[in-house]
Design a binder for this molecule. Structure first.
Ligand code: FAD
Length: 532
């Protein structure tokens, strides 16, 4: 009888695995190396699907041990993949082959420096957005972009590597625009500093564009070029006054007109809209526990009066039958807020009516919460897809979406797949369109570990439905193909959106040369951005 040397799950040769395990134990405590099949399976799955199971999951707690870990893996021919909070759904950190090690960044959470004089903050990239927000708020400060809706668990490093928008993004742009400098661990374990911090004399991260933008090179790279260990972000004063407005519209065109108009005014911190399907889901999903959480937060921040208004007027005027636009303004004073609210109203009410601003107020009252929305309120699976278009093409993309889904109605009906969309204004120029899928299938073990236990216990547990999930895969691929044909852009490229395949030759050649320079053996997150 021959004894196989191959691990049945990962397919890795145990001799190599043992050598790496010994090397890792010299660098990290045993508790920071997860080798059980269950843990490795969890860390090798995202919100949407599972990848090839990683051979090891390791959690360094210093930049030095991160560098040594990367070097130990790559010198033995193992791929390394950074994972932040694990809250993405475009396969970014999913291994695509055996001999992969996931580097869990969740123990690299230090806030290294809050520099109030030069207005920047340096953090280790495993810091979550909620941790950063709370630490800065105590100092009367904020980063301009200050996190995605998943920021209760998702990390600074994940957002910078994915490209992320939400809190603050209509005014301040994506996570990239708030970033000054990075410390990046390259595939050989060496550390690269970017921006003015790359100087030899008294380096400091205060200025990003000193010469070619090396910081920008690593932003939105899906971790294909290196592992961000530390990031320096800009700071602004915490706004003195925030205001909330919501409006309802009869058509998608009217919503998009209002959204782009408000966006072009440059006044909104956040401006986003929902179609009637997403709007009505939002109303149904307001379960009591969540409401109470939000109400407590509103009452704490804005007083009992605002919380009471939310209860009495909010549910009646959420606008479940229509398209809804929500606007948040961040202002330095009450006078500025009054003036800007009037200006936004005059743009937004040309074709719509004002409703109670329940949603933007609730979001800002509790900006970061458990990621319970990764399942629908009937226990269904959920996944978003998105594309970025210039404002001038938003209506064209929404029409293309309607046509796409209209042509696949039989499939949608047969598998009880539902869809709707969000729109979000990113700066004065760009509309993000985000179709959401909901479909009946059982949760993955990933969902069971990510969702708040009490919330999960209340959700119905659906039967396995692989046919519906396969149909969603096919629809989602079709949609991604459509977006590529329309020449649209994406954040969260990961391994889901075609990036390298859609670049012009000159850009492709440069990208290939850069990859060759920083990761000649292609061991840094294989598959990300399309680098195989
Ligand atoms: C409920 C929910 C709400 C969401 N809301 C938003 C939203 O409002 N806006 C938005 O933009 N997105 C949103 N997302 C998507 C996603 O959560 C964000 O993009 C988030 O920034 C991902 O961060 P993460 O730490 O979870 O990254 P991960 O999912 O862990 O990783 C994402 C990618 O980044 C890479 N990576 C992670 N850390 C590093 C590092 N230190 N160095 C190099 N590469 C790294 C990974 O390899 C992977 O390719 C949401 C997702 C969910 C589930």
């Amino acid at each position: 009888m021959t004894i196989s040397n191959v691990d049945p799950i990962s397919g890795v040769d145990r001799v190599d695995g043992d050598s790496l395990a010994r090397a890792l134990l010299d660098i990290l405590p045993a508790a920071a190396i997860l080798a059980s099949a269950e843990d490795r399976g969890f860390y090798s799955s995202d919100v949407y699907c599972a990848g090839v199971t990683a051979d090891f999951v390791v959690s360094p707690d210093s930049v030095d041990s991160l560098q040594k870990t990367v070097q130990a893996c790559t010198t033995r021919g193992f791929a390394v993949i950074a994972r932040g909070g694990g809250l993405s759904y475009s396969g970014g950190y999913l291994p695509i082959k055996a001999r992969s090690v996931i580097i869990d960044m969740s123990r690299l959470t230090r806030i290294v420096e809050i520099n109030k004089m030069d207005m920047y903050v340096t953090v280790e990239t495993g810091c979550t957005w909620v941790q950063l927000y709370e630490a800065l708020r105590r100092e009367g400060l904020r980063t301009p972009y200050f996190g995605p809706m998943s920021g209760f668990k998702s990390t600074v490093g994940g957002a910078l590597s994915q490209g992320s928008v939400f809190l603050g993004s209509t005014r301040h742009g994506t996570s990239a625009e708030s970033t000054l400098s990075l410390d990046v661990v390259l595939a050989d374990g060496s550390l690269l500093q970017t921006g003015s911090a790359s100087g030899v004399t008294r380096p400091s991260p205060f200025f990003r564009t000193y010469g070619p933008d090396l910081t920008g090179l690593f932003l939105g790279d899906a971790g294909a070029l290196g592992i961000k260990a530390r990031a320096t972000l800009q700071l602004i004063s915490f706004p003195a006054e925030s205001r909330y407005l919501s409006f309802s519209y009869q058509t998608a065109e009217a919503l998009l007109d209002a959204l782009t108009g408000v966006s072009r005014s440059g006044l909104a911190a956040e401006c986003f809209g929902t179609d009637p399907y997403v709007q009505s889901r939002r109303i149904h999903e307001q379960n009591m526990a969540k409401d109470i959480g939000y109400l407590k937060a509103v009452a704490k921040g804005e007083g009992i009066g605002a919380a009471a208004r939310m209860v009495w007027k909010g549910r009646r005027s959420l606008g479940g039958e229509s398209f809804v636009m929500n606007v948040t303004l961040d202002e330095p004073s009450r006078q500025a807020a009054d003036a800007h609210v009037a200006m936004v109203r005059s743009i937004a009410m040309q074709n719509g009516r004002e409703i109670e601003a329940t949603i933007p107020r609730a979001i800002r009252s509790l900006p970061f919460n458990y990621p319970n929305d990764i399942l629908g309120d009937r226990g269904e699976r959920w996944v978003p897809t998105h594309a970025l278009a210039p404002h001038s093409r938003g209506a064209e993309v929404v029409a293309a979406l309607e046509k796409f889904f209209g042509g696949r109605e039989d499939e949608l009906r047969r598998h009880a797949i539902e869809w709707g969309y969000l729109v979000f204004a990113v700066t004065t120029r760009t509309t993000l369109i985000e179709p959401l899928f909901y479909w009946p299938d059982e949760p993955m073990p990933f969902h069971e570990r990510m969702i708040e236990p009490q919330y999960l216990a209340r959700l119905p547990r659906l039967e396995p439905n692989p046919e519906a999930t396969a149909a969603v895969h096919s629809l989602r691929s079709g949609l991604i193909q459509l977006f590529a044909e329309l020449g649209l852009a994406h954040l969260q490229i990961g391994k889901a959106y075609p990036y390298l395949q859609t670049r012009q030759p000159a850009a492709l050649n440069l990208l290939e040369s850069i990859k060759k320079s920083v990761d000649p053996r292609r061991l840094m997150n294989p598959g990300a951005l399309g680098f195989l």
